[in-house]
Design a protein around this ligand. Structure first.
Ligand SMILES: CC(C)(COP(=O)(O)OP(=O)(O)OC[C@H]1O[C@@H](n2cnc3c(N)ncnc32)[C@H](O)[C@@H]1OP(=O)(O)O)[C@@H](O)C(=O)NCCC(=O)NCCS
Length: 179
């Protein structure tokens, strides 16, 4: 798999990957919701606040992750959140997701990101270094319907110290239906 962080000009293809992958795994409504999330991010998030990692097999887009910036009002660390991630159905369960996640975390480190958060299955994300956290460690930007899925990791080689202040994500991700 080849990795790229160039998404300009490929937005429609990436949105289709998210729509199709989530439709296949969780149904049409979820597919539309996550496709819209990716589309809203491309339309509204400043390029400095977004990192998109794609995995390709030749010309074919087989996986993608979008990271967007979060801010904690009283904390000067650089924080990004991973959401969403998808691997095309025909390529799942072959290690593509973990390889894409590891590469993406490396890109964040190289970019100077201190902390990465996500919201998902703790068993899956623990394979790439995430640990379950509470809102004492990082306030979530919306009420969590599944607090067990609130996850984080430090990217600077020391323990994750609590992030100070209210947490804010990009507007595209702040809709309570994502949380
Ligand atoms: C979740 C996803 C990104 C994982 O990518 P992948 O390439 O299939 O995963 P990998 O091959 O790297 O890892 C496989 C392991 O992860 C676990 N795993 C895979 N998909 C999982 C899922 N949806 N939930 C929990 N664990 C999962 C399994 O333990 C699997 O190991 P096994 O094959 O021995 O059972 C991919 O399946 C996907 O796009 N799913 C649909 C969209 C989605 O759910 N995105 C994540 C939202 S939080």
């Amino acid at each position: 798999m080849d990795f790229t962080t160039q998404h300009s000009g490929h937005e429609a293809e990436i949105i289709a990957l998210f729509t199709d992958t989530f439709t296949a795994s969780e149904g049409a409504a979820e597919g539309q919701l996550i496709g819209k999330l990716a589309a809203d991010m491309f339309a509204t998030v400043d390029s400095r606040d977004m990192i998109v990692v794609c995995g390709r097999d030749g010309e074919d887009l087989i996986g993608s992750i979008i990271f967007t910036r979060m801010t904690y009002a009283e904390d000067d660390r650089t924080v990004f959140i991973l959401s969403p991630v998808a691997v095309a159905p025909d390529h799942q369960r072959k290690g593509v997701g973990q390889s894409l996640l590891r590469h993406g975390l490396g890109v964040l480190r190289e970019t100077g990101v201190d902390v990465v958060l996500t919201y998902g299955d703790p068993t899956y994300y623990s394979k790439v270094g995430f640990e379950q956290i509470t809102e004492q460690t990082a306030q979530a930007p919306a009420p969590l319907s599944y607090p067990h899925g609130w996850l984080g990791q430090s990217l600077i080689g020391k323990a994750l110290e609590p992030l100070k202040g209210p947490g804010r994500c990009v507007a595209a991700l702040s809709d309570p239906s994502y949380w």
